[in-house]
Design a protein around this ligand. Structure first.
Ligand code: CA
Length: 358
């Protein structure tokens, strides 16, 4: 008798749990995402759509993500605030855009003379990257995840050849962020101009040079028609975009949907790196064919050396007086050193060998 009532109570308890799990399993969630990009923005916008599609399919429609592009929310650089306030559940943007608000967000996109995409993903997922990023975003009720990598960005389009540091003095160049500060240290006047006005600004000599992304996205803006020199990159060796998630939204999701969202973001991010390689190779072939006169250049060694020194100095300043910044800078420096020692005997050695035999 006693045993039976205990048993039936247990059965009742189990079935109650089962029923509530089922109810939870059937609950549907629609998250709203604000992206910094305009509608149908190639590659960047595709990463967001891929992520949403994967999440919806894997959850059998229980997790839907509705994307608003910047034409809808009108605040491309308001994504951080909108997701923080819960006006949107998610965002797709780039961490370094928030450095004016929260200086330490700067470190989670790409640093001049920093890690390559492969090295940086290793730092994020297997080193301290994710944890440090979370430490920066946590006080803002936000979670940040890698959101897609452009691969190494090109150093920019120049109308005149750069042969020395002297050639950089007073050069007006569109180059935003920390790299702009590094360039400023060696004499460049960095400016930030809206993408839609860049072509005209370069054509009318309002600026002398412009960096944007790489062949795939540069081709659309037409710089190849008005600049003869395309410089190789140093300033954004692995630009990682970002998925932002409002922390309360995340906590509302059942564990399986959290995992589905996490996997969707991670897969979409890595897929963007692969797509960038594909689209850049395609666009570069087109640019070379249509503009055989175009010259690909590297900055002279003295320019690189001066920028490398300026970068070190600025990083030291950023780390001074900010305990978290100094830990992030130290973590990145240590990881880069170790990781690069291996890259040197693997990827670099292979590419160098190939260059010799070809
Ligand atoms: Ca860029």
């Amino acid at each position: 008798m006693k045993i039976r009532s205990v048993l039936s109570a247990a059965v009742l308890a189990v079935s109650t749990v089962f029923a509530s799990t089922q109810a939870l399993a059937q609950e549907k969630f629609t998250l709203r995402l604000a992206e910094t990009w305009g509608p149908n923005f190639p590659i960047f916008g595709e990463a967001t759509k891929n992520m949403a599609e994967m999440a919806e399919k894997m959850s059998d429609g229980r997790l839907r993500i509705r994307i608003d592009s910047s034409n809808k929310h009108k605040a491309p650089f308001g994504v951080f605030d909108m997701v923080k306030a819960g006006q949107y559940d998610m965002g797709h943007s780039a961490s370094y855009y928030w450095k004016g608000k929260v200086p330490n967000t700067l470190f989670f996109t790409s640093m001049p003379f920093g890690m390559t995409a492969q090295e940086q993903y290793a730092w994020f997922y297997y080193g301290d990257g994710m944890e440090l990023m979370q430490e920066v975003y946590e006080p803002h009720n936000l979670m940040s995840f890698p959101g897609g990598n452009t691969g190494i960005q090109m150093g920019g389009w120049f109308r005149k050849e750069i042969n020395s540091i002297d050639d950089l003095q007073g050069l007006k160049m569109r180059i935003p962020g920390f790299a702009g500060e590094v360039f400023a240290e060696v004499g460049v006047s960095p400016t930030n101009i809206a993408p839609g006005e860049l072509y005209t600004a370069l054509e009318r000599n309002t600026i002398d040079a412009v960096e944007w992304v790489g062949p795939a996205l540069d081709l659309r803006l037409g710089f190849q028609q008005i600049a003869d020199y395309y410089y190789t990159g140093w300033h954004e060796p692995a630009t990682e975009l970002q998925f932002l998630v409002n922390k309360k939204t995340w906590e509302k999701l059942p564990a399986d949907l959290q995992e589905i969202l996490r996997i969707s973001m991670r897969t979409a991010a890595y897929d963007m790196l692969i797509q960038s390689q594909h689209e850049n190779a395609k666009a570069w072939a087109t640019i070379k064919e249509e503009h055989p006169e175009l010259q690909v250049k590297q900055f002279p060694e003295e320019v690189f050396e001066a920028m490398y020194k300026a970068n070190k100095k600025l990083l030291k300043e950023a780390a001074e007086g900010d305990e978290l910044a100094s830990r992030i800078v130290a973590s990145q420096e240590e990881y880069l050193e170790k990781s690069r020692a291996y890259t040197d005997i693997s990827e670099r050695a292979y590419l160098n060998t190939m260059a010799e035999v070809e």
